[in-house]
Design a protein around this ligand. Structure first.
Ligand code: NAD
Length: 411
């Protein structure tokens, strides 16, 4: 699965490079990660045994600025998955126009089985292993699947033990530790701004639209919150425990409160329980995959009933499904644009840290919306110019910017 994800990412890069007439040697340079690190993490588990885990950090490209990308804790994490995700980060920061490169990290571990103490010890050992290659002007991690503000706080603290006080070494920190207002909400919020852009492009609007969301963590919950706040109706949600459907509209605040209390949607009474995958093909206007990669495939793409797919997750659509959506006229708003709100507000957080001057949530949200509008306009222009779909347009924009910077810097 990870191998296919990496191959698909490379294939998109090569197709976009062809549209941009980038020669093969430069494409190879763009594709190849600058550094791939693998570290062994030994920690004492709560039961007294030694737990041995593998952590990865892949620094893909820094032509436009310091490496930037989240850290994921999941049992599927491997070198290929982290490399594909690091590459996507490079094109995403290019699309958003923020002065960063791309990186990704991960630890292969079933996070659902870890206590908070175990999670903290694993995080600190990981930073022991990579503190020399991260830093506020070299590589800046952030949250991803199964990591959050608390994990970022431990990263900040462990890094400080080696290098002193540098809040800009990591983003997605709690506000009380130098985090930014609006960062926690930013990826989901950005996805909703992206939805408004694509709807406006087609002369349409959010009010009354039915939304299905796969994944009810950071991205899924904040997207759900904002969709409802803007007059849409969330009719299907899912998480690792299964799917939950209510065509009259799910009480999103109640679902979020349930997850806060029980750690998952299991037992949520406000909707009919269905199979998790059923949410992807439930009748709706807008489908938001906001969990893992490779969930939309040739097997279910023909059954998707949404008119718009907003990729909150990274890599949720495989290339065969992408082609089916193109044939069926379903607009896929691609990950490297749709979820770039997270890295955009990470940039705002980092720049606040560097200046020790903090913004209001209103300022953050306004600046985020400006970036989402500006980036969508670039995608729409590229689609028109190259006659391609929005995903290819996003790759063209991101790769074009990274390649310009790479050429200017020279060898
Ligand atoms: P999270 O850990 O907060 O939430 C993940 C959610 O997915 C959880 O609700 C989990 O139960 C659910 N899930 C896991 N397996 C599932 C399955 N098989 N079916 C349905 N649901 C399942 O993670 P997150 O930060 O919300 O990240 C979600 C996606 O968004 C990832 O692809 C991530 O790379 C991407 N993303 C996150 C950010 C960010 O700022 N956090 C930014 C950009 C992209």
């Amino acid at each position: 699965m990870s191998k296919e994800f990496l191959e698909a990412t490379k294939a998109y890069v090569e197709r976009a490079a062809k549209l941009l007439d980038i020669p093969a040697d430069e494409v190879k340079q763009l594709e190849t990660p600058r550094r791939e690190v693998r570290v062994e993490l030994n920690v004492r588990m709560d039961d007294g045994s030694i737990g041995t885990f593998i952590g990865f950090r892949v620094q893909h490209d820094d032509a436009r600025g310091p490496f930037k990308g989240g850290i994921r804790y999941h049992h599927h994490v491997d070198a290929e998955e982290v490399t594909a995700l690091a590459s996507l980060m490079t094109w995403k920061t290019g699309v958003a126009g923020v002065p960063f490169g791309g990186a990704k990290g991960g630890i292969a571990v079933d996070a659902s089985k870890l206590s908070e103490g175990e999670k903290q010890r694993i995080t600190r050992r990981f930073i022991d292993g990579i503190h020399d290659i991260i830093g506020p002007s070299s590589d800046i991690p952030a949250p991803d699947v199964n990591t959050n503000g608390q994990v970022m706080a431990w990263i900040f603290d462990q890094y400080a033990k080696y290098h002193g006080y540098h809040p800009g070494v990591v983003t997605g920190k709690p506000v009380s530790l130098g985090g930014s207002e609006g960062r926690e909400q930013a990826t989901g919020r950005g996805a909703v701004f992206a939805t408004e852009e694509i709807l406006a492009h087609h002369g349409d609007a959010l009010a009354g639209k039915r939304v299905s969301i796969q994944g009810f963590g950071n991205v899924g919950t904040w997207a759900a919150h904002d969709y409802v706040a803007k007059g849409a109706k969330v009719t299907a949600i899912s998480d690792v425990s299964g799917g939950y459907v209510n065509d009259d509209g799910i009480d999103v605040a109640a679902a979020i409160a349930h997850v806060k209390q029980h750690r998952s949607l299991a037992g949520f009474g406000g909707a009919e329980a269905v199979a998790g995958d059923a949410v992807l093909v439930h009748d709706c206007d807008i489908l938001v995959p906001a969990a893992l990669s490779g969930v939309l495939t040739k097997d279910n793409a023909k059954d998707v009933r949404a008119k718009y797919i907003i990729e909150g997750a990274n890599g949720p659509t495989d290339p065969e499904a992408d082609a089916i959506f193109d044939q069926r006229g379903i607009e896929v708003v691609p990950d490297i644009y749709a979820n770039c709100g997270g890295v955009t507000v990470s940039y705002f957080e980092w720049s606040q840290n560097m200046q020790h001057y903090y913004w209001s949530e209103e300022q953050v949200n306004e600046a985020l919306q400006r970036v989402m509008k500006r980036s969508f306009a670039s995608l729409a222009d590229a689609r028109k110019k190259h006659g391609c779909n929005l995903r290819m347009a996003a790759f063209v924009v991101g790769i074009g910017r990274v390649n310009d910077a790479t050429r200017l810097r020279g060898l």
